[in-house]
Design a protein around this ligand. Sequence first.
Ligand SMILES: [Zn+2]
Length: 192
Amino acid sequence: MSTVLKEVLAANADYAKNFGDKANLPMPPGRSFAILTCMDARLDPAHYAGLAEGDAHVIRNAGGRASDDAIRSLVISYKLLGTREWFVVHHTNCGMETFTDDIMRDLLASSLETATIDASGWHDIGAGPGSTEGHFIDWLTIKDQSVSVTADVQRIRNHPLVPATIPIYGYIYDVKTGKLIEVPEATAAGKA
Ligand SMILES: [Zn+2]
């Protein structure tokens, strides 16, 4: 058994021991809101936004982007589970700023092993073969966080399955301070 697998199962055994009242939580989020944010390991929405189990939906992907699948989750979140306010939270020092579609596609085409980054960019150090399947994926990379947050809030706002009554707030999480910084253009675009 891998170290990580052992650690996770031990942590879960402890967690389940003190599960208590959480067994009675209803399915709909108690505080009726959702957060779309990046999968970055340094971000913990439960901590940075003060969530307990049962409070809110947290939808995560690389970059916290408003992909079709993120929108699918948001639509389920309000339509079936009653959320009424949404946050889009990108963050400083996001890995999605370090590459472009072309870079990712080239890396994957040459090797499926983990690449490395240095001052001159990403390089494959692993062996081939790779796969050209990466050419068919829009990697939704980020050049500027304010621009990406605003674009994603706008996309969600303009989506035909999203009602105009849901306010969408745009924020950047600062990985150096833990603070959420509003992107006013995004919040303006997301106004209910
Ligand atoms: Zn990120």
